[in-house]
Design a protein around this ligand. Structure first.
Ligand code: AHR
Length: 519
C-alpha cells in the first residue's frame, strides 16, 4: 500500500473465533480515478481461446451470431470489458493480417508454431475480431507485428482499418463489409520484444519503436486528437527488468516531435518459478499460500517501474500498462501441449482481487491492464467445452468489481495482521475503496486467511452512510473450482453488512472477496 494512504494504523485485535480488524475509510480525501481500462482482457490465438472459445464458425450448431458464440458474448457483455488485446502475445509477431480478411471460407490455412504447432484457419481475422468487440461492447487493443512483419505491413493494416478517404485499402475494407472506418483506440507496438518478439536489445527495439510510432498511423481524423486519440503502447519490461524501463523512458524524455507513446507495457505472471509447475487443481493450503505470496510481488514491481517512470515523466503522461498478468500453472492433465489450459479456483479469485487492488492503488500511473487470458487460456474468465460454458471464480471477481470502473479511489487504512503457513507469511486482509459517479461508496475486502473469518469494523469519514449491502465470493476449500457438472460451486452470494452510528460492520469469511456498497 502506498505510504501516503497509510495515515492511521490501528492494530488488529485478536478475538475468539474471528479476528477483529479496524478499518478506516476517508472519503474526504479522494485520490486518482481508477481507469476502467485496468479491467481489460487479452485474447490470443492460442489453444481454444479464440477457436471454440469465441469463434465457432458460421455453420456451427452452437448458437452464434455471425460465427461468434452467443453464450460467451452475453457473459462478457455483463463484465463491461473496457478493451481486448488481440491477436497476441507471441502470436502477434507472426501474424499477417491479410491472411485474415476476405471471404471466410477462402482464407489461407497457416500454422501457429508458438502454441502447439496447430493449424491456424484465419477464419477469425480483423472483421471477426471487430464484430466480436462490438457484440461484447468493448474496444480494440491491436497488437501489431513488429517481429516478423514490416513497418509497411503494419501501416497498411491501420490504413485498411481506419482510412476514411477512398483509398484502395479503404475500398477493400468496404467490399469486405465495413465501409466506415473502424475504431482502433489502442495500439501495441510489439510484444515481449526482449524475448518471443525478436529477442531485441533496448537500442534495437527503440529504433523500431520510433519507426512504427511514426508511420503506423490511425488515418481517421476523429481518432488522431482529443478523447478518441489512438494511444500507442510501447513494449516495456519483463517483470523486474528495470534496465528496460530506464532505457525506454529515458528515450521518451528526450523524444522529438516525430514519435510518441502514451503507454509502457509490463508483463508479469504469477508463476513462482519457470517452467510453471504449480497445479491449478487438487492443491492444498501450502500452494494456496505460495501463489498468493507470489502474486503480491506485483506491488513491488509496479512501485519500482513507477518510480523510474516518475523520474523521466513526472507529469505521468505515459501509463504503465500491465497488459499480461495472471496465474500461469502447469498444463492441466489430459490437455494439449502448448494450449496453456488450466482450471480456475477460489485461489485465482483472490489473485484477481489482490492484483486489481494493487492497480487501483497505483491508479495515477497504472491506467490499463489486461488479464491473461479471456477464455480457456491461463487465468480465464470463461471455460468452454463444446457447447457448454462456465464462469470461473475470476469472472465473478471482475463482475463484483464493476463499480470500481472509472470510480475515484478513496484511501483505506488498516492493519492487516498476518497469516502464516510453513515459511510463508501473508497479510491477512487487503482492501480498497472508491466512490462512483453517483456518490456511492464501495469497499472491496479480501480475506487471504484460509481458516479464520475477520470481523470488520470500519469508520467512514466524509460520508453520511445510511445502509450497506454486500456480496461475497468464497468456497468450501482452497482449491474449489467450478466444473461443467457443478458450475456453481464458487459463486457470489449476498452477505450481511450493517451501518450503525455511521460505522460499518461485517464479517468476511476465510479465503473470500467481498464487495460492500455503502448507501
Ligand atoms: O499469454 C501467453 C504468452 O505469454 C504470450 O503470448 C506472451 O506474450 C507471454 O510470454
Amino acid at each position: 500500500m502506498p505510504s501516503n494512504f497509510l495515515t492511521v494504523l490501528v492494530l488488529a485485535i485478536p478475538a475468539l473465533g474471528a479476528e477483529k480488524v479496524q478499518l478506516s475509510v476517508d472519503a474526504s480525501r479522494p485520490g486518482a480515478k481508477i481507469d476502467r481500462n485496468i479491467f481489460g482482457q487479452f485474447a490470443e490465438h492460442l489453444g481454444t481461446g479464440i477457436y471454440e472459445g469465441i469463434w465457432v464458425g458460421l455453420d456451427s450448431k452452437i448458437p452464434n451470431t455471425r460465427g461468434i458464440r452467443n453464450d460467451v458474448v452475453a457473459a462478457l457483455r455483463a463484465l463491461k470489458v473496457p478493451n481486448v488485446r488481440w491477436p497476441g502475445g507471441c502470436f502477434a509477431d507472426e501474424y499477417h493480417w491479410r491472411k485474415g480478411i476476405g471471404p471466410n471460407n477462402q482464407r489461407a490455412v497457416t500454422l501457429n508454431p508458438n502454441w502447439g504447432g496447430v493449424t491456424e484457419p484465419n477464419t477469425f481475422g480483423t472483421h471477426e475480431f471487430m464484430d466480436f468487440i462490438d457484440q461484447i461492447g468493448s474496444r480494440a487493443y491491436l497488437s501489431i507485428n513488429l517481429g516478423s512483419g514490416t513497418v509497411q505491413e503494419a501501416a497498411e493494416w491501420l490504413e485498411y482499418m481506419t482510412a476514411s478517404q477512398q483509398t484502395s485499402l479503404a475500398k477493400e475494407r468496404a467490399a469486405n463489409g465495413h465501409p466506415e472506418p473502424y475504431d482502433v483506440p489502442l495500439l501495441g507496438i510489439g510484444n515481449e520484444s526482449w524475448d518471443c518478439g525478436g529477442n531485441m536489445t533496448t537500442d534495437y527495439y527503440l529504433s523500431q519503436l520510433k519507426l512504427y510510432s511514426r508511420f503506423v498511423r490511425n488515418l481517421d481524423a476523429a481518432q488522431q486528437k482529443g478523447a478518441k486519440e489512438m494511444l500507442k503502447i510501447a513494449v516495456g519490461p519483463n517483470g523486474g527488468n528495470t534496465q528496460w524501463t530506464e532505457a525506454i523512458m529515458k528515450a521518451y524524455q528526450a523524444r522529438q516531435w516525430s514519435w510518441d507513446m502514451q503507454g509502457l507495457s509490463l508483463h508479469s505472471y504469477t508463476v513462482v518459478k519457470w517452467p510453471p509447475a504449480f497445479a491449478s487443481v487438487s492443491f492444498g493450503v501450502k500452494e494456496y499460500s505460495q501463489i498468493l505470496k507470489s502474486t503480491l510481488e506485483m506491488e513491488t514491481l509496479v512501485s519500482k517501474h513507477s518510480a523510474i517512470m516518475d523520474k523521466y515523466d513526472p507529469a505521468k503522461r505515459v501509463a504503465l500498462v500491465v497488459d499480461e498478468w495472471g496465474t500461469w500453472y502447469a498444463q492441466l492433465p489430459g490437455t494439449k501441449q502448448g494450449f496453456l489450459s488450466q482450471q480456475n479456483s477460489i485461489r485465482d479469485a483472490l489473485v484477481a482481487a489482490l492484483n486489481l487492488n494493487i492497480f487501483a492503488r497505483h491508479a495515477d500511473r497504472v491506467r490499463m491492464a489486461n488479464i491473461a487470458q479471456m477464455i480457456n487460456v491461463l487465468q480465464a474468465m470463461i471455460l468452454t467445452d463444446g457447447e457448454k460454458m462456465l464462469l470461473t471464480p475470476t469472472y465473478h471477481v471482475f463482475r463484483m468489481y464493476l463499480p470500481f470502473q472509472d470510480a475515484t479511489l478513496i484511501p483505506v487504512t488498516f492493519e492487516s495482521g498476518s497469516y502464516t503457513h510453513g515459511d510463508v507469511t501473508l497479510p491477512r486482509l487487503d482492501a480498497i475503496a472508491a466512490r462512483d459517479s453517483s456518490g456511492k461508496l464501495w469497499l472491496a475486502i479480501t480475506n487471504l486467511d484460509p481458516e479464520q473469518p475477520s470481523e470488520i469494523d470500519a469508520s467512514l469519514n466524509g460520508i453520511a452512510a445510511k445502509s450497506a449491502t454486500a456480496e461475497t465470493l468464497t468456497a468450501p476449500k482452497v482449491d474449489s473450482i467450478n466444473t461443467f457438472s457443478a458450475p456453481g460451486t464458487v459463486q457470489p452470494r449476498a452477505t450481511s453488512a450493517t451501518i450503525r452510528a455511521g460505522k460499518l460492520t461485517l464479517t468476511v469469511e476465510p479465503k473470500s472477496v467481498t464487495v460492500v456498497a455503502i448507501h
